[in-house]
Ligand binder design. Structure first.
Ligand SMILES: [Zn+2]
Length: 88
């Protein structure tokens, strides 16, 4: 197996991890390579960044989709993220 080839699942984990802490250089490289070849994960990463920024700014607006039009899938993700954070 090539060291630089990540599964989508692993890429997703790295994307999540990136929101809370720094990745190692190897992880960053692996993720970058994956994002370049995998459109789905690249989209997912954009959404993660977006969601994170919105949650920090205006959780309520993010949920209502006032600022940016959101798909139902993203709304569900935001809801889940909010639940997670509120429970902490
Ligand atoms: Zn992928």
């Amino acid at each position: 197996m090539n060291l630089m080839v990540l599964s989508c699942q692993k890429a997703g984990q790295l994307i999540e991890k990136k929101q809370v802490k720094n990745l190692t250089i190897l992880e960053k490289l692996q993720l970058n390579v994956h994002l370049r070849i995998c459109e789905r994960c690249a989209d997912y990463e954009k959404q993660s960044v977006l969601i994170d920024a919105m949650l920090k700014k205006h959780p309520k607006q993010a949920l209502n989709g006032q600022e940016i039009r959101l798909s139902d899938e993203i709304k569900q993700r935001i809801q889940k993220e909010l639940d997670k954070r509120i429970k902490k």
